[in-house]
Design a protein around this ligand. Structure first.
Ligand code: LLP
Length: 384
């Protein structure tokens, strides 16, 4: 039967189909996360020989069970707001503070002061804090986020380097950085860069590593290089994913070239995207001339990625995996915007009210970016 949806055979949700159907029917819409997939993703990254520490970027998904699981597996956490740090501390009160990175962007002074007080590793991503609040950092050890100049990723909106991006200290400000570091009495122990999200070519991290390691030789106090996150996952059937063996080889090469530097990474999507699906029950069917619509119980209020980035999420009718896909349809949610399309021109079997559709790779930036738009609650979350 699975042959009708070729290319999905290896996905965890085939084994959990009955459980997913039951959740979909009971709740109408649900994010479901698979613990064993989460676990194996974390294990795979933890097993990379040349990486000294993996920090999970919890902006992708801050479900408490996911944080507990990753903590048990030895991961740290990368946070971008005080609330994210507090969330980690609430769920894992005994966590070693050194396992939390705080990488804010244009945050108010109070968040920096708070993080330093908590003993959390802080990354500055521009020179303003050092210029405007030098006393805050005197005697402290911090990281600096560098804009290496090359933004990468699946969409313009997620490329976080280059002159058009608001992130990082540009290379042409390095002299100024050095003198501010000296005058404020801060010690830079780490350099960080994140070029973007949804990247498949390992040259991205090779070039970040080379740039930062070269810079580390100049700023003598640097002991750690954080290569950022951004590891992509395939979104379309048959699309090749990142090859971890290539990633490992690239890391080994960096280690050999720059011995003595610790190498860190901070992925979000890679750890959680494929471990999550969004289930949504069919509410109504409609034909408008040649165009067919399948309406489902939730839309851009749960998953905004298609509307925001034109992102692709595979969609299957979980109630009818055995049936031949013969109709081209638009899968739409109940939100009052024409952009509320979860999938345009998809090939699906003829569907009926009550069927459960599965929207794949929804574990990252799904619920995390959801909203109550139209006062429609986003789908609830379940861990199985
Ligand atoms: N580190 C930093 C400093 C970041 O800004 C990000 C993501 C990450 C790590 C984790 O990136 P990842 O490994 O998940 O690609 N909402 C977009 C993605 C935005 C990512 C923002 N920063 C999406 O749904 O594709």
């Amino acid at each position: 039967p699975i042959g009708k949806v070729r290319g999905t055979e290896g996905q965890w949700w085939h084994q959990r189909r009955e459980e997913l159907l039951a959740l979909g029917r009971e709740h109408g819409a649900a994010f479901v996360y698979d613990r064993s997939t989460l676990q194996s993703r974390a294990e795979a990254l933890q097993a990379l020989p040349g990486i000294d520490a993996v920090f999970y970027a919890l902006k992708a998904n801050w479900h408490p069970d996911i944080l507990r699981l990753f903590h048990d597996q030895g991961l740290g956490f990368e946070c971008v707001s005080q609330r994210e740090v507090e969330h980690v501390l609430n769920i894992l009160p005994d966590i070693d503070r050194r396992r939390i990175l705080f990488t804010p962007n244009f945050a108010p002074r109070s968040e920096y002061a708070w993080a330093l007080q908590q003993g959390i590793v802080l990354t500055l991503d521009n020179l303003y804090p050092l210029k405007a609040w030098p006393n805050l950092f005197t005697g402290r050890e911090i990281f600096i986020r560098i804009d290496t100049g090359h933004g990468r990723g699946h969409h313009d909106k997620v490329r976080t380097a280059g002159v058009h991006s608001k992130f990082g200290v540009p290379m042409f400000e390095l002299d100024e950085l050095e003198s501010l570091v000296e005058s404020s009495g801060v010690t830079v122990i780490g350099l960080h860069a994140h070029a973007g999200s949804g990247v498949f070519n390992v040259d991205n991290w090779a070039s970040i590593g080379t740039t930062l390691a070269t810079l580390a030789r100049r700023l003598k106090s640097v002991r750690i290089v954080d290569l950022g996150g951004g590891l992509g996952v395939p979104e379309r059937l048959g699309q090749p994913g990142i090859v971890l063996a290539d990633f490992a080889a690239m890391i080994e090469a960096l280690r050999a070239a720059y011995p003595g530097l610790a190498l860190w990474i901070e992925p979000g999507r890679y750890l959680v995207a494929e471990a999550g699906v969004l289930l949504a029950q069919v509410t109504q069917l409609k034909g408008k001339g040649e165009v067919h619509y399948i309406g489902v119980a939730t839309g851009m209020n749960s998953l905004i990625r298609p509307a925001l980035y034109g992102a692709h999420h595979e969609i299957l009718n979980l109630s009818r995996l055995e049936e031949a896909p013969t109709e081209i349809v638009n899968v739409v949610g109940p939100i009052c915007e024409s952009g509320d399309v979860l999938g345009a021109e998809r090939l699906l079997p003829p569907s009926e009210e009550g069927d459960v559709l599965l929207i794949a790779t929804a574990g990252a930036y799904g619920r995390a970016m959801s909203s109550c738009y139209n006062l429609r609650e986003p789908a609830r979350e379940f861990m199985i």
